[in-house]
Design a protein around this ligand. Sequence first.
Ligand SMILES: Nc1nc2c(ncn2[C@@H]2O[C@H](COP(=O)(O)OP(=O)(O)OP(=O)(O)O)[C@@H](O)[C@H]2O)c(=O)[nH]1
Ligand SMILES: [Mg+2]
Length: 259
Amino acid sequence: MNHSATKEHHKLLSEHFGITAIPGQFTVALAGNPNVGKSTVFNALTGLHQHTGNWPGKTVDNAQGSFTYLDRSFLMVDLPGTYSILAHTIEEQVARDFICFGKPDVTLVVLDATCLERNLNLALQVMEITPKIIVCVNLMDEAEKKNIKIDLSALQKDLGVPVVATAARSGMGLDTLRQKLHEMSIGLCTPTPRQISYSSEVENAIQQLLPNVSRLIGSNLNPRWVTLRLLDGDQAFIKSISQYLNLDLHSTRLQEVAV
Ligand SMILES: Nc1nc2c(ncn2[C@@H]2O[C@H](COP(=O)(O)OP(=O)(O)OP(=O)(O)O)[C@@H](O)[C@H]2O)c(=O)[nH]1
Ligand SMILES: [Mg+2]
């Protein structure tokens, strides 16, 4: 990101999310199912450099913390634990809006190694929104105790995004995690997340709507993902788009596209 783009990004973070980033600082969103060790990862990386509050206008906790790695500063935002980010609850809405509109440099999705399949749902959802994602498979020590073996390189290949194994309580894997966060933030690594394919009816509908949606939202969001939300009839999301992107959608242009 160039200097003015960074300035613009920091303005957006402060206006919409109450987050103050210092010049040059990267932002990392921390997402995951409840109880997978997000706060443990957060505490291990940011130590005492934290402050907590609420998300603007919401009674949902917000914890922010910073750390420095290879002379670059990172601001980490601990999102509420959610099973999905389809915004059925306030917590899911907060997580979804931040990943989508807060434009973090990296979204770190923490998964529980002992129940990977259920946890992967959230990672796949985030991969539909942004390519800037790192998957952290935490609780590796617990998985080992239960004799669960995970082929991490096969997982990384299948997902198309970096996968880092950790046992955050003991600190295992955290150095690699810092390194991967740094690499992705400075643009050294460009993942190609596996694209989820839907039924041919849905794929056809996406293809029909995509050009119009791309034209309306520009490069602000992933148009395929926005199209899926429109096909889903997600009114709350249309409201979020006008709120965060300052797009005048009161004329319901996006909704017209969706019918
Ligand atoms: N054995 C083991 N325990 C861990 C690990 N990481 C976290 N824990 C423990 O798992 C429990 C939950 O950790 P948290 O960091 O609070 O999880 P969280 O994802 O922030 O939970 P919510 O904020 O409630 O969604 C705590 O008791 C941690 O000490 C790990 O890698 N190994
Ligand atoms: Mg937590």
